[in-house]
Design a protein around this ligand. Sequence first.
Ligand code: HEM
Length: 375
Amino acid sequence: MKISTIDLFKISSLEEQKREDLYIGSLDPLQSDERLRLVPAFNQERDTIALVLMLVDMLPSVTEATDFDYFNACAAMRDIGIMLGSLKRHGVEPVHVIPELEEKLNIIGNITDLPPRDTLIHYVRWNPEDARLRTYTGTEDERQLIKSVQLSIHPLYEAILSLNDLYSLPLSSPEFAPLCDKVITEFDGMVQGVVNAKRNVSPQYFAEELRFYFDPIILNDREYLGPGAVEMPVFVFDHILWNCDLEDKMYTEFKKAYVPYNQAMMRDLYSAYEYSPSLVNKVINELIGEYQVSDIKLRSAKTLVKLFNLLKSFRAPHKKLADEAYKHAEKAAYREKGSGGYEPGVLQYILQLNLQALDRLKESIQLYENKQIPY
Ligand code: HEM
């Protein structure tokens, strides 16, 4: 797909998407509003038998599952997902105890055009509010974790779409700097999400309890990851801004692992940039190919540095939060891997790559500035 065709993505505007989220949130196709309120107590008591019986009772028949429309399928997967994560938290592989799950999850996953289990989108965007909120633990920490991602996920989508627009502008465009500022304002939602988590989610509780509900489950003879915040498409933002052309095996594998947990719009956007220069390299090339310094280009490039700095303002405190959580983890509960299946060390690795790209941009701006006195 060509990058120029990406405007098509906006057919379903983000406002429409938010309305759709509320609608899916309002649905209860498995009549689970009441019974899901019992889940936190079952989890606290580690009552896996009660959890299995509840899930069996909730499951639609194959015919009912096949007849779900898109919206009801999304809501049904959200509710089944709470049960999957709960069982797995206690070491029970859901399909081992309920074999017919596999066929039903595959049917529902097909209708939603997402994996055959719940994702972060089900857990956060399609989770209803207040008394109907679906949680594993019923704790304020979990509610605040959900809220942290709610604060940031739509602003992140907006930032990605605006970054996609920015990509097609040359540095000489007077629109470059204002649009880049718009991306900055939108991406700030990510920073707010981390601030909220830092204030309201105990790192110790996250490390010792919450993250285990996001563990992968086995389906179709492979693993499917659970609905952790790591599934957010920050990697799509990175991909466009600084790394779709970066040859780094580990980070490329990381990105590819999470692409399928995002909706078609993000998956297509990811593919569209796979063989393109990143925005930062496009900008560096524009700077080094010039013999005269222009104020407008300089301003554009410096605004891009501001955007990079904001990415750092998300990553550095988020890494600190993760480090604190894993430091607090009790020895018994300690595992190297995070909820997304990666070691927490991956955060340092990504941050490092991110800073290297920023340094290259800054160096090329400095060289550019030193060329001549601006006219
Ligand atoms: C107590 C709170 C949190 C802890 C302890 C934590 C921990 C982690 C860890 C260990 C990873 C590594 C990957 C993995 O899980 O396998 C990760 C990745 C990630 N987390 Fe969190 N996280 C927290 C909250 C949040 C919040 C609130 C957001 C977003 C608003 C978020 C967004 C991300 C993203 C986007 C990644 C992918 C790596 C990156 O792009 O740098 N996390 N997190």
